[in-house]
Write a protein that binds this ligand. Structure first.
Ligand code: NAD
Length: 484
């Protein structure tokens, strides 16, 4: 059993001000795998004070030096990737092979993309030829509170920490209490990379405790949050009294529009994408809309593909999917599957209970519901498990209307071999991201949502800009430019 009760504050591992043990549960076995501490207001005060004290120095550290530290971080991150894969797998249940490749790889990808964006980023820019003595200066917001979820932990942590560091912000990270081990390992990486003390701090805790203390703290200038819409609303309200900037990356209920002229693999691709990470992705294509005519065949294919998805222990090597993160999620998913049945959706794969042979661990059967209407609970709520809903549609207009009829707006997907139709539909979908025919977004593309999926943009140039203020200076002396 791992015992790691300390927090990383001002460049050192320190004891919590008040002991408050918290067990981290391995979802594959339901047994505790680690003990950490949950912090409180006093720990947050210490971490925020360290970040505040470090801010002037870090803000004025030349861009090249900040980049050099991130390059060192990338080297450490790659070298210790295997440890990271194990930490993620044990605490949140991603199977070890998937955790070591996709989960860890997401971090490598983001750090590399930020480095490229940072090198090309001009922190001081002219306004235009019409105003030769005006400068637009991009300046760090200040002390940032970074609050992350458990589902793609290194994805979220690198998106926030590295962008904040490149922008010149100092920070306090509060990872999810479900997945603190990977973030503590990441804190070791930051330490090994040699970031100045106080630039990066980590305090473990839950939302009610450390989360609330951070988002209401007078010396925190901005909050970057990824998690549920419920928590995003609470955070926005709590941050309002001190007029913080709040960036939110929240839930989703993505539509995957499969037109009758889609390629042969479109349905299979959609089902496997849904099941990846055991359905625990904010951008999961969880509503598959299929054009009538192709619908019956699509339901048959989806049921067959889902029934072949194997489920198993995250510690075992293989291409199976793991358990869901915890008992509360398992219960919530079971409740929603029951609701789907009660509201009249047609269950064509999976269903209630654990998969055969798995009696312990938070395992869910890969499930597909057909004949779902968009007003059913399973079409409206984010299930966050391996559950796909299938909805028939008539034509392009109908598909767009159903896809947009949701509180969320994170990622939508389009499958058709008609390029002009795909482009037309992509323009009409109210979401921060659209992916066509299985094409994933390129390096440095912005990640984020509209509507109740949030308001931030992470990754690449946009991710750095999220942590910057724009300052307008008039009367600039041109021959005395300072270094960036
Ligand atoms: P969650 O909202 O329960 O928790 C996320 C984080 O917020 C945790 O660190 C938690 O401790 C903290 N928190 C909870 N309540 C808080 C409060 N009142 N004040 C401050 N902090 C608080 O979400 P989760 O269950 O960890 O993660 C799953 C959710 O995250 C899903 O809804 C998913 O869609 C969303 N998500 C979104 C994105 C995105 O980029 N849009 C990415 C991944 C996950």
């Amino acid at each position: 059993m791992i015992e790691q009760r300390q927090f990383y504050i001002n460049g050192e591992w320190v004891n919590p001000v008040e002991a408050k043990d918290h067990q981290v549960i391995d979802p594959s076995t339901e047994e505790p795998c680690a003990v950490i501490s949950l912090g409180g207001q006093a720990d947050v005060d210490k971490a925020v004070a360290a970040a505040k004290a470090a801010f002037p120095g870090w803000m004025n550290t030349p861009k090249d030096q900040r980049i050099a530290l991130v390059e060192k971080l990338l080297e450490v991150y790659k070298r210790r990737g295997a440890e990271m894969g194990e930490a993620i797998s044990v605490e949140m249940g991603a199977p070890i092979d998937m955790a070591s490749t996709q989960q860890v790889g997401a971090g490598t990808w983001h750090i590399s993309n930020f480095l490229k964006a940072a090198k090309e980023f001009d922190f001081v820019r002219p306004l235009g030829d019409h105003a030769p003595n005006d400068r637009i200066i991009y300046e760090p917001v200040g002390v940032a509170a970074l609050i992350t979820p458990w589902n793609w932990p290194m994805n979220q942590v690198t998106l926030k920490v590295v962008a904040a560091a490149i922008a010149g912000c100092t920070m306090v990270l509060k990872p999810s209490e479900e997945s603190p081990l990977d973030s503590m390992l990441f804190a070791e990486f930051m330490d090994e990379a040699g970031f100045p003390k106080g630039v990066f701090n980590l305090v473990n805790g839950d939302g009610v405790g450390v989360g609330t203390a951070l988002t209401g703290h007078k010396d925190v200038d901005m909050v970057s949050f990824t998690g549920s819409t419920r928590a995003g609303i609470a955070i926005s309200k709590n941050a309002a009294d001190t007029v913080k900037r709040v960036h939110l990356e929240l839930g989703g209920k993505g539509a995957n529009i499969v037109f009758a002229d889609a390629d042969d693999k479109a349905v299979k691709r959609g089902v496997l994408h849904m099941m990846n990470n055991t359905g625990q992705s904010c951008n999961a294509p969880s509503r598959m809309l299929v054009q009538k005519g192709a619908y019956d065949q699509a339901v048959e294919t989806a049921a067959e593909v889902a029934s072949k998805v194997t489920v198993g222990n995250a510690h075992e090597s293989g291409r199976h999917i793991g358990p869901v993160v915890n008992e509360a999620q398992w219960n919530k998913i079971q409740g929603l599957i029951q609701k789907g049945i009660d509201e009249g959706a047609r269950l064509v794969a999976g269903g209630l209970g654990r998969p055969d042979g798995l009696n312990k661990g938070f395992y869910v059967r890969p499930t597909v519901f057909a004949d779902v209407s968009n007003d059913m609970t399973i079409a409206r709520e984010e299930i966050f498990g391996p559950v796909l809903t299938m909805i028939p549609f008539d034509d392009e207009e109908d598909a767009i209307a159903i896809a947009n009829d949701t509180d969320y707006g994170l990622t939508n997907y389009i499958q058709t071999q008609d390029g002009s139709k795909a482009n037309r539909v992509a323009r009409q979908l109210r979401s921060g991201m659209v992916e066509i025919n299985g094409q994933s977004r390129g390096a440095g593309a912005p990640f984020g949502g509209m509507k109740q999926s949030g308001n931030g943009r992470e990754g690449g140039v946009w991710g750095i800009e999220d942590f910057l203020e724009v300052k307008s200076v008039a009367g600039w002396t041109n021959d005395a430019e300072p270094a960036e």
